[in-house]
Design a protein around this ligand. Structure first.
Ligand SMILES: NC(=O)c1ccc[n+]([C@@H]2O[C@H](COP(=O)([O-])OP(=O)(O)OC[C@H]3O[C@@H](n4cnc5c(N)ncnc54)[C@H](OP(=O)(O)O)[C@@H]3O)[C@@H](O)[C@H]2O)c1
Length: 280
């Protein structure tokens, strides 16, 4: 699980580094010799992780607590970077969450937060760090999208739309910068072995057996090495990505509605956010 891209001495900002895929990116990039700036809301978890990375990998690691659904979060990150003189060479836009439930039953505030964390934060952070990367003609922006980006996702309508946004945004910025030394990649994992679906409280939202986190990191590095605009993780997922073309977009939406529909006898959850224990 190594990359041919030389991360040594580069400063990597990873959002959502406190758990799951973001945490795994932190270890992978520490092993590659990057300096780390870890961002999430969980202060104690980030503090412990930073200490572990410093101790076990002699990594120059630091952390910043920020709620990326709030308007001042990216400004606070910008202020920290200015004050510390750090320049971000590698940005991993990984923080994200999903709400599950019928669209009209999921509180609007939660759906707005999904858009802010999954879309607006990556846009604002990319806007913040891209000029510095272009000055050096070197940099990486790695956006963690999802296979949810590849077709509509009934009962996770906003989540799927945010990931489709992130995929489209990544591909466009990739195209603008592909000859300017900055690599932009959207990684699209399917169900992955993190706490994601336990916490969301809806196993029916996980399609297929969850893949190891290491597979996501490996595929991200694979795509990075080839300056790909995106990478759907896993052969099965790459085949399923053709569903809207094979069935029509409408046919794919109907099929996914059946797959994600709450199972019989189970009450429909109303918008559990990842990171929050659903009410029983
Ligand atoms: N697991 C899957 O099956 C799967 C599949 C496809 C794509 N993904 C995507 O992979 C990414 C990582 O998810 P994961 O599976 O690793 O789940 P996870 O373990 O729940 O991690 C989510 C991360 O996002 C952070 N986060 C959530 N809301 C935040 C906010 N308002 N401000 C700042 N940070 C926030 C969380 O940190 P705090 O709670 O400490 O803030 C946590 O570190 C997400 O973008 C997700 O959509 C996951």
């Amino acid at each position: 699980m190594t990359s041919r891209y030389d991360f040594r001495g580069k400063t990597a900002l990873i959002t959502g580094a406190s758990s799951g895929i973001g945490r795994a990116f932190a270890f992978a990039l520490a092993r590659e010799g990057a300096k780390l700036l870890l961002v999430a809301r969980s202060h104690d978890t980030l503090s412990e992780l930073t200490a572990e990375l410093r101790r076990d990998y002699a990594c120059d690691a630091d952390f910043l607590t920020a709620d990326l659904s709030t308007s001042g979060a990216v400004d606070a990150i910008a202020a920290y970077l200015n004050a510390s003189g750090k320049v971000v060479d590698v940005l991993v836009n990984n923080a994200g969450f999903a709400a599950y439930g019928r669209f009209e039953e999921v509180p609007l505030s939660r759906q707005r937060d999904e858009v802010l964390v999954n879309c607006m934060a990556p846009v604002a952070l990319t806007h913040l760090v891209l000029p510095g990367m272009l000055k050096k003609s070197d940099g990486v922006i790695l956006n963690v999208a999802s296979t949810a980006a590849l077709q509509p996702d009934p009962y996770m309508a906003v989540y799927g739309a945010t990931k489709a946004f992130l995929l489209s945004f990544s591909e466009a910025v990739w195209a603008e910068n592909r000859h300017r030394g900055v690599r932009v990649i959207a990684v699209c994992p399917g169900a992955t072995q993190t706490g994601f679906f336990d916490v969301v409280g809806a196993q029916e939202a996980a399609v297929g057996s969850p893949m190891p986190i290491a597979t996501v990191i490996r595929d991200a590095f694979w795509a990075l090495d080839r300056n790909r605009s995106h990478r759907v993780v896993g052969m099965k997922n790459r085949l399923l990505a053709n569903l809207p073309r094979l069935l029509s977009r409408q046919g794919a939406a109907r099929l996914v509605e059946k797959i994600l529909r709450p199972r019989q006898g189970k009450e429909l959850a109303t918008g559990h956010a990842i990171g929050q224990v659903p009410p029983r």
